[in-house]
Design a protein around this ligand. Sequence first.
Ligand SMILES: CC(C)(COP(=O)(O)OP(=O)(O)OC[C@H]1O[C@@H](n2cnc3c(N)ncnc32)[C@H](O)[C@@H]1OP(=O)(O)O)[C@@H](O)C(=O)NCCC(=O)NCCS
Length: 149
Amino acid sequence: MIADDDFVVRAPETPEEWNEYFALRWQVLRRPWKEPQGSERDEREDESWHRAVYIDRQLAGIARIQMNSLEEAQIRYMAVNPDFQKRGVGRALVVSLETIAREQGAEKVILDARSSAVGFYLVLGYTVIADSYLLFGEIQHYRMEKALY
Ligand SMILES: CC(C)(COP(=O)(O)OP(=O)(O)OC[C@H]1O[C@@H](n2cnc3c(N)ncnc32)[C@H](O)[C@@H]1OP(=O)(O)O)[C@@H](O)C(=O)NCCC(=O)NCCS
């Protein structure tokens, strides 16, 4: 866990924080494409690890990681509030999720990045390995991965 006076990385704790967590996921990753509230969740929420960054106690960004197998972890639903982008929030989330993946024994982390986020993951050491799916008929994703050492 990363923490100082005003920049904290942790899981949401209270019901209000969980509501805010899923609301940010929906606002950044679903609402712009007119997807309904609820569409931001899937069946693996309970068995995944969730992290949020709070800056001055405001929710700045969120992300989730799941184990796909004993060796492979997958980052999903990375979303930083536009007011807090380019301030290291996304990087802190990825670092925290990679720590969880290592603790779980994963050898690599994979993810499907929107084309607009590929540059972000390249900076963090991920490599594009394939074209992935087209979301909502228009958002091209790329499968990326990083070996954990
Ligand atoms: C992509 C996203 C997660 C990045 O989060 P962020 O908090 O703005 O990123 P950080 O400030 O931690 O950036 C870390 C590094 O990546 C770089 N970076 C950030 N976004 C980038 C982008 N879109 N393209 C290229 N580089 C990028 C930063 O310059 C920084 O590099 P540096 O440390 O060398 O200066 C955020 O912009 C976001 O949520 N976007 C909308 C939703 C989205 O696309 N989610 C990902 C779905 S796959």
